[in-house]
Write a protein that binds this ligand. Structure first.
Ligand code: SF4
Ligand code: SF4
Length: 203
């Protein structure tokens, strides 16, 4: 004679209780795992900073917006030829060469030296062949602008203002309220190149 089967209602209640208890256990376990990870990182060294209130430290070979010394450029086009995306525009009225006495380029006028930052990929290949070492990868970033035309930086126009690199929007906006930004803006306005000391990541 076959054994009496378990009543359907009793089986359903038992399965429901099992599921309920299993869900509680899973919740406790997942909270414990999450808290273990949280506690592990709570006391480890912070890798993020409150930018822009705190200053970012760049790696020594960080490649930001270019810095350009127009007075040393001989308009040889070697940088433009090396550029893989053809985003450099150079124009001079006549050949230029460095005067050994002044170490400045003379001859023709450098009419235009521009870089289209819509295309530039910051590969630094343009800096390698430069015979006068007048183009450098800088330390400033943030290419935000209000128009596509503003993304084309006319370095010869900047040179007439005594600048080696454009002044980013964030720098203009935060210079008065954040001390290090104000100091950095003054450096750019003085036409100074980024220093190696400022580039070294603190240990
Ligand atoms: S960094 Fe690279 S892509 Fe940008 S201008 Fe120089 S060579 Fe061209
Ligand atoms: S390689 Fe140097 S000198 Fe020649 S055009 Fe470019 S920036 Fe000027």
């Amino acid at each position: 004679m076959p054994a009496n089967p378990t009543p359907t209602s009793q089986k359903t209640t038992s399965t429901g209780l099992d599921t309920y208890l299993r869900d509680i256990w899973r919740s406790i376990r997942s909270i414990a795992i999450g808290m273990r990870i949280t506690l592990k990182y709570m006391f480890s060294r912070t890798v993020t900073i409150q930018y822009p209130f705190e200053r970012l430290a760049f790696a020594p070979r960080y490649r930001g917006i270019h810095e350009f010394e127009a007075e040393k450029c001989i308009a040889c086009n070697l940088c433009a030829k090396a550029c893989p995306v053809d985003c450099m525009y150079i124009d001079a009225t006549a050949p230029r060469k460095i005067d050994p006495k002044t170490q400045k380029a003379g001859g023709g006028e450098l009419v235009r030296f521009a870089i289209d930052y819509q295309k530039c990929m910051f590969c630094a290949l343009c800096t390698e062949p430069c015979p006068t070492e007048c183009i450098h990868m800088g330390k400033n970033h943030d290419l935000s602008a209000y128009s596509r035309d503003d993304m084309i930086v006319e370095f010869t126009d900047l040179d007439k203002q005594g600048l080696r690199t454009p002044i980013p929007l964030w720098m203009k906006r935060n210079a008065d309220s954040i001390p290090w930004v104000g100091a950095e803006l003054e450096r750019v306005q003085r036409g100074e190149l980024a220093t190696k000391e400022a580039d070294i990541r603190p240990t």
